[in-house]
Ligand binder design. Structure first.
Ligand code: GLN
Length: 487
């Protein structure tokens, strides 16, 4: 017997959905119904923690009406999933944690509201690492997500559910969050596109905080065009987030690179991290695939040069000192009194806090709260926190120097392809290394994108990362589009 998915069309681009809607081949209702069938069929991947079945069908009907009346928004027919760290009024939100048990969002994140305002359909909430802490999606209280390319492997994290949803065709695009690589790294492991914008490009209002000076909301999609369109809709000033930029939002989805004649008169200057193609810590297949792209860019007439990041070895320590410090502060509000899970009172108030937090948070989150509290403690503050802030400034300066000479920085997105479930779970340092190429963009706040770059011998996806100077998302997506390959 044929499995149902064989008779369903899986749309991979928003333009294909739009043409099908325009020609009457499909309606929004049918589209949503098809996704619901697939979600059901792919339950073993453990992608969605909540599916808004009835609600999205009702919304699809309303959007079909709007389309008929010629009054639909720019995202009409775009079926999206959101990571379980984004608030959506009236819907549960749990950040992959038991501590937010039974919690319902009281308001809607600005980014999500903007998608709704343009008639996107939100089909459900996606599994992720607890409070977005992780690189494999194994830290979720709701169980791990599985990579659709090989279900014995992780999808990456922390936006693992969001990446697999796109990979497996369970929705057209997803919205994740990226504090150290959580949009790009799972996108690389799943063979899809993940875009982390400049810090402050998209309002963080309504995003459950992990490390506030690093957190960015970002889209995951099959194509650079779709990611660019989502960015364009979500970006821009917002009175609820004082760190958001008031710079005008460009039409990212229409960004173009200079044409060939212009390239000949002014080639683009592209740097690549030597470690990405030389280090033996990077899989051979990834080094070769990255080298292939470097050769291609040279053949196009661009200048491509290798650089070393002198401070590379300080990146992860700086990232983990600062993010755990910020996390310990952000997570102090989850005390068993104000939100979600509460230990059945059996002692004094202090015992209630302690027991609720011990039972409500998972092991990795507890580890990070402890680390963060330690680096912020009076006797160690200067040795760790202040020092890491200083190193963050030095890394910024070094990055500014690099971008004074180059338009883009290229590297693999990850040193390995998707690893096996359980392989790194008990070795946090190995797990943290999965983000070696992605954290730089968060430490300095620059935009970066991961695009598919072929597969290894086992058919596991490889990602290529491009980074651009702050607020150069237009140039970034234009370049990524040039390098994009059909899946
Ligand atoms: N894996 C990194 C961490 O665990 C990044 C997570 C993220 O970007 N949210 O902190």
């Amino acid at each position: 017997m044929k499995s149902p998915s064989l008779i369903l069309t899986v749309y991979r681009t928003f333009s294909a959905v739009q043409s099908a809607l325009a020609s009457g081949t499909i309606s929004c209702r049918q589209l949503v119904a098809d996704y619901l069938t697939r979600i059901e069929e792919y339950q073993h991947l453990n992608v969605f923690t909540d599916v808004y079945a009835d609600e999205s069908l009702t919304r699809a009907d309303a959007i079909d009406q709007k389309l008929m009346a010629g009054k639909a928004g720019r995202l009409a027919g775009m079926v999206i999933g959101i990571k379980d760290v984004l608030n959506y009024a009236g819907h549960g939100v749990r950040a992959g944690s038991l501590i937010l048990d039974q919690f319902t969002a009281q308001f809607t994140a600005t980014a999500v509201q903007r998608l709704l305002d343009e008639d996107a359909i939100i089909i459900g909430r996606q599994n992720c690492d607890e409070f977005a802490m992780g690189s494999s999606n194994e830290n979720s209280a709701f169980g791990p997500v599985r990579n659709a390319a090989d279900t014995s492997r992780v999808p990456g994290g922390s936006s693992g559910g969001s990446a697999v949803a796109v990979q497996a065709g369970l929705c057209l695009a997803s919205i994740g969050s990226d504090t150290g690589g959580s949009v790009r790294q799972p996108a690389a492991f799943c063979g899809v596109v993940g875009l982390k914008p400049t810090y402050g490009r998209i309002s963080r209002w309504g995003l459950i905080a992990y490390a506030s000076s690093f957190d960015c909301i970002g889209p995951i999609a099959n194509t650079v065009d779709d990611a660019a369109l989502l960015l364009e809709v979500m970006a821009g000033p917002d009175e609820f987030d004082s760190t958001v930029s008031s710079r005008p939002v460009d039409a990212y989805s229409k960004a173009q690179l200079p044409d060939q004649a212009a390239v000949e008169s002014r080639p683009l200057r592209i740097a690549y991290l030597s470690a990405g193609v030389e280090s033996t810590g990077v899989d051979d297949s990834i080094r070769e695939a990255t080298q292939g792209r470097i050769d291609e860019l040279r053949a196009m007439g661009h200048t491509v040069e290798s650089i070393d990041l002198a401070l590379l070895k300080y990146l992860l320590p700086t990232y983990y000192i600062l993010t755990t410090a910020e996390a310990s502060s952000n997570l102090s509000r989850f005390d068993g009194v104000r939100y979600g899970y509460r230990h059945t009172p059996s002692g004094d108030l202090l015992a209630l806090y302690k027991k609720s937090r011990t039972e409500g948070f998972g092991a990795e989150v507890r580890r990070r709260i402890l680390l963060g509290t330690f680096v912020l403690s009076a006797s160690y503050y200067d040795a760790y926190y202040t020092k890491a802030q200083q190193v963050r400034r030095l890394i910024r300066q070094e990055t500014e120097r690099i971008f004074g000479q180059f338009d883009f920085l290229l590297s693999p997105t990850t040193p390995t392809t998707a690893f096996k479930l359980g392989e790194k779970k008990d070795d946090p340092l190995q797990m943290y290394l999965a983000d070696i190429f992605t954290v730089l963009a968060n430490v300095v706040g620059y935009p970066a994108i991961s695009i598919p770059n072929g597969t290894d011998v086992d058919g596991l996806p490889i990602g290529l990362q491009l980074m651009a100077p702050p607020f150069e998302e237009g140039a970034l997506v234009a370049m990524a589009k040039r390098l994009e390959r059909e899946r």
